[in-house]
Structures are given as C-alpha cells and as structure tokens.
Design a protein around this ligand. Structure first.
Ligand code: TYM
Length: 332
C-alpha cells in the first residue's frame, strides 16, 4: 500500500505587497517541497486584518498572492491552494484553542511585544491572539512540517505547545508540527539597515525589494544597498550588509555561501551587487509576467481557490468536529 505523504501547511498574509524576504524565506522553498509532501498553501487573509486594511486593496493583494504562488511554480493541481476566510473552521478552531491558551504565553511572543511598544494601549486584540489562529491553521490539517522564515519560529513553537496541551488534556488529537527553516534565505535583511529584517512595513522603500518591483527598481535598490568599508567579500557577522547580499545570492542560486565567497576572490562589492541584482531580476521577472497574466484571468483564479476551499474545508471540518466532541460540545 502507498504510504501516506507527510503534510505541509504554510501561508502568507496579504497585509502589504510581498517582499523578496517572503519569497526566499517561504514561497521558493514550498516549490521544492511540493513533490514530496501533501501541501496546503493558504493566503491568510484573516491574519492580515489584525491591522487596518483598505478593503479593495485587501482583495487585490489576496488574489495577487495566490497568483504569486502559482507563478512561482506551485502547481494548483498537485497542491491545495485556498483563501483562509473561505474555510470557516479556521475561525472556529481558533476560538476553541484560544480557550486553551494562556495570556502569559501569548504575551511572551516577541512580535507582539515589538508591536505593543509601537501601538501602546490601542494595540488590536487580534494582534495578541493571532498566533492562536496560526496554530489553528496548522493543526486543522495535522501538518507535519511548516516551511517558514526564522521570524515565525517562535509562533511555531507556540503551535507545538498548544497541540501538546490539547492532546494531553483531551486525548491525542493533533500532529505536533515541526518548522522547516531554510539554510540561507531564512532571514533576509533590510538593504539599508542590515540589522533589521526586510519587511514591507519599513518606511524606507530602498530597504526592501518587492516581488513585483520592476527590474530597474530592483537594480537601483541593490546598487544602493549598505555595505561597509572593508572592501572584501566575506561571509561574516562583522559585514552584515555583504552577508545579506551573499545570502540572497546563495538562496536564489542554491549554492552554499562559502562557494560564493570563493568565487569573489580578488573582486569587490560592485561585482557582487551586479550579480545579486542580475540574479534577483532573472528569478523574479518571469514570475512577474505570469502574475500579470493570472491577475487578468480571475475566472481561472476563482476556479483554483474554490476547488482548494472545498478540499481544505473537508479536511478541516473533520478535525474541528473531533475537537468539538472532545471538548464536550453537542454534535448537531
Ligand atoms: P508573513 O506573512 O509575515 O510572512 C510570510 C512568510 O515569509 C517569511 N518572511 C521572511 N523570510 C525571510 N526573510 C524575511 N525578511 C522574511 N519576512 C517574512 C515568514 O517567515 C513567513 O514564512 N503568521 C504568518 C503567516 C501564517 C502562517 C500560518 C505561516 C499564518 N498562519 C500557518 C505558516 C503556517 C505571517 O505573518 O507571515
């Protein structure tokens, strides 16, 4: 008999335009995992509304992310691609898990701590409970593996804690998921301040590259990337700007950082930047063209996300029913 394939769940939230960090830390790796695993790739729109969204933009971005998944090489026929809000079990399971989570553990999430410093008392309650919704996403599908960038590692550990607790209190229900974090693209840094993660919420657009940035903009941003005055291409924490450029190249080319360093012996930052810009452009340009085509074919996109929602809903409802029953809710 054929052995059951292991399950993957991952998602990106449509709260802003996607960056090269989202691509190299997450989406690019999903493409490589899709053969070996039974994959659920979700556009997590309910996560995006933890901060204010303009409805029209949210709709556009949700479909753009779905298009980016497909354009990057995720094959819709082989994977389950869907939109989180189309499967109501996510919201329902999230409530059940909220009632089995602690203020203390949620308050220790560094992303929440950072955000609460920024927003103070008026921080949204959704930003506090958001990791529980993320746990619901993952646990509903009994995912074995969750491919994410390093910034999501703590949230994934919380998902494991929540799963283990539920299994202990109510009897074994969930698979306890493992994180899958790539070696070189796990944390792409800001091009202007390489001590910070590359993020769409940064104010200076020269710090990030968007997946949909035109080639000339990509080249300009890379050429302006902050380096140092050492002048030698080395992979070291003392040269964080250069290290970040090497990580980008390494992750796109699938070549270890040490080999990249060797190939720049006797060369300088200008050559490195030129090659980094070339590799990003040649990676993203075909994706951008496909995204534009897909965004003009809403019927096709609708077909994909509807089919995906049907499949996801079937699996998620089964798990949700199990949870409800174990907790003591009366089945309908
Ligand atoms: P989000 O939408 O912020 O980011 C999506 C993915 O991109 C990765 N990432 C990065 N990787 C490398 N370098 C960077 N600079 C960088 N910036 C972002 C993130 O690690 C992530 O993998 N809560 C999640 C979305 C989510 C999810 C889930 C993920 C909701 N439910 C269930 C996995 C499983 C989030 O906000 O990611």
């Amino acid at each position: 008999m054929e052995e059951r394939k292991k399950i993957i769940f991952s998602g990106v939230k449509p709260s802003g335009d996607l960056t090269l960090g989202n691509y190299l830390g997450a989406i690019k790796n999903w493409v490589n995992l899709q053969e070996e695993y039974d994959c659920y790739f979700c556009v997590v729109d309910l996560h995006a509304i933890t901060v204010k969204q303009e409805p029209k933009e949210l709709r556009r971005r949700t479909l753009e992310i779905l298009s980016i998944y497909i354009a990057s090489g995720i094959v819709p026929e082989k994977n389950t691609l869907f939109i989180q809000s189309h499967v109501s079990a996510h919201s329902e399971a999230s409530w059940l898990l909220n009632c089995n989570s602690y203020m203390g553990e949620l308050g220790r999430m560094t992303q929440f701590k950072d955000k609460s410093q920024k927003y103070g008392e008026s921080i949204g309650a959704g930003l506090f409970t958001y990791p529980v919704l993320m746990a619901a996403d993952i646990l509903l599908y009994n995912a074995d593996l969750v491919p994410v960038g390093i910034d999501q590692k703590q949230h994934l550990e919380l998902s494991r804690d929540i799963a283990e607790r539920f299994n202990r209190v109510y009897s074994p229900t969930f698979t306890v998921p493992d994180a899958y974090i790539p070696t070189f693209g796990a944390k792409i840094m800001d091009l202007q301040d390489p001590s910070k993660k590359m993020s769409k919420s940064e104010e200076n657009p020269n710090g990030y590259i968007l997946i949909m940035d035109p080639p000339e903009v990509i080249r300009k941003k890379v050429s302006r990337a902050v380096t140092d005055s050492i002048g030698v291409v080395n992979y070291t924490d003392d040269q964080p700007g250069v290290k970040n450029l090497i990580n980008i190249l390494s992750s796109i080319k699938g070549v270890p950082a040490e080999d990249i360093v060797k190939s720049y012996e006797g060369l300088g930052y200008a050559e490195l930047k030129r090659d980094v810009a070339d590799s990003i452009v040649s990676e993203l340009e075909p994706i951008q063209n496909k995204v534009r085509d897909l965004m003009n074919d809403k019927t096709y996109l609708e077909e994909i996300y509807k089919k995906g929602a049907d499949k996801a809903n079937y699996v998620a409802m089964k798990t949700l029913r199990k949870m409800q029953k174990k907790i003591g809710l009366i089945p309908r």
